[in-house]
Design a protein around this ligand. Structure first.
Ligand code: SF4
Length: 364
């Protein structure tokens, strides 16, 4: 069962209580349930205009997770894991020999492994190893423009020509080597006023490079990026809806590629994904390169160099947060969540703009 089917099933279970009951039943039957995201470093080669990595004051000392720590995590949690993302907030290929980490993960775990990357550091040799050794199931590539000028204007230090070279290499390798159709290639596109109209050409672009999935997201802008607030599509709702609707029709009429997008601003359908029904703290853990383990977007449960994962599960933060959520107290517990509202709450300005918030670099 792939991660998209899993997500569908999870969302079909309407309430938090039902989701938690299902997760507990699976655990009792020793069926893996965890979704683990691990960043093996805390750096990026790009300085994208809406990312805190573009701000000098938010870039910490570069840090690479030791292989010893990574292996300890793998030993402790991968037998309970259903989905593993080997990057979350940073660029995985900034870790030297990143594929060695993936190889260790593969030794402990045969399930789904994905990464998020800007792809610009991927060489032909790396791509061939990924495919020949069956290392990854999915590669999510961030691409916020499909012309050189737009892409390069958003992804500072990026190089659109290099990006399309990598997409071509991935296409050729997937078609000619033994991996068959894996890994899945997904393009993640963060929508802004300056790049929304380029989406009209997205179907043909994705088809050209044999992409499987295109996911559209709205940009979320915090206080240091106030000069960009006017680019938020919250202020260009008619244009955004018209473009997304056209793109959707194009993907529906075509074949073989999936488009995932936020609801239209004009949509009045009830939301499927809400904080009130979120059960992430029962299975979603995010591990930083320094070993901090975060309970979804709530906070740090401990550090893998000082505590075992089992100890962290009994920590006050985990026990207290879960119990408050089961009592319905999510507004306070989830106040800083960047994750769960982003696809659904398009009528709420705070989904797009958080003037009250500085970027939170302690939680990914
Ligand atoms: S912080 Fe976000 S991910 Fe965590 S429980 Fe709340 S809504 Fe879910």
């Amino acid at each position: 069962m792939n991660k998209y089917t899993m997500r569908l099933l999870y969302n079909l279970l309407g309430s938090r209580d039902l989701k938690v009951a299902a997760l507990k039943a699976m655990e009792a039957l020793r069926i893996p349930t965890y979704r683990i995201a691990i960043d093996t470093n805390n750096t990026c080669n790009l300085r994208c205009v809406m990312c805190y990595m573009s701000l000098d004051e938010y870039r910490g000392k570069p840090e690479i997770m030791s292989m010893e720590m990574f292996e300890s995590i793998a030993r402790q949690v991968l037998h309970k894991t259903r989905m593993l993302d080997l990057s979350c907030s940073f660029e995985p290929f900034m870790t030297k020999n990143f594929l060695d980490y993936v190889r260790v993960a593969r030794r402990y775990y045969k399930g789904y492994i994905g990464i998020c990357t800007n792809a610009l550091l991927m060489s032909e040799e790396v791509i061939n190893s990924i495919i020949d050794e069956g290392l990854l199931d999915e590669i999510n590539i961030s691409i916020d423009g499909i012309t050189e000028s737009t892409y390069n204007s958003i992804r500072t230090n990026g190089d659109f020509r290099k990006l399309v070279e990598v997409l071509s290499m991935l296409k050729n390798a997937r078609n000619s080597r033994r991996g068959g159709r894996l890994p899945i290639i997904r393009l993640n596109y963060t929508m802004l006023r300056r790049n929304i109209e380029e989406l009209d050409a997205m179907y043909d672009f994705a088809k050209k490079y044999d992409v499987n999935i295109v996911q559209l997201r709205h940009a979320k802008l915090t206080r240091p990026f106030s000069h960009m607030f006017g680019e938020s599509l919250f202020f260009h709702q008619e244009l955004s809806d018209a473009v997304v609707e056209r793109v959707r029709r194009r993907f529906d009429a075509g074949s073989g590629m999936t488009l995932i997008h936020p609801p239209l601003f004009s949509s009045r359908k009830p939301r499927k994904v809400t904080r009130a029904a979120c059960a992430y703290p029962w299975f979603n853990f995010i591990i930083s390169s320094n070993g901090d383990v975060n309970l979804c977007y709530i906070g740090s449960m401990g550090n893998i160099s000082r505590n075992t994962f089992r100890e962290m599960l009994s920590s006050e933060l985990v026990v207290e947060s879960r119990s408050r959520l089961l009592r319905g107290d999510y507004k306070e517990v989830c106040r800083n969540c960047y994750s769960v509202s982003d696809m659904e709450e398009v009528h709420d300005k705070s989904t797009f703009i958080r003037e009250d918030l500085m970027p939170n670099v302690s939680a990914p």
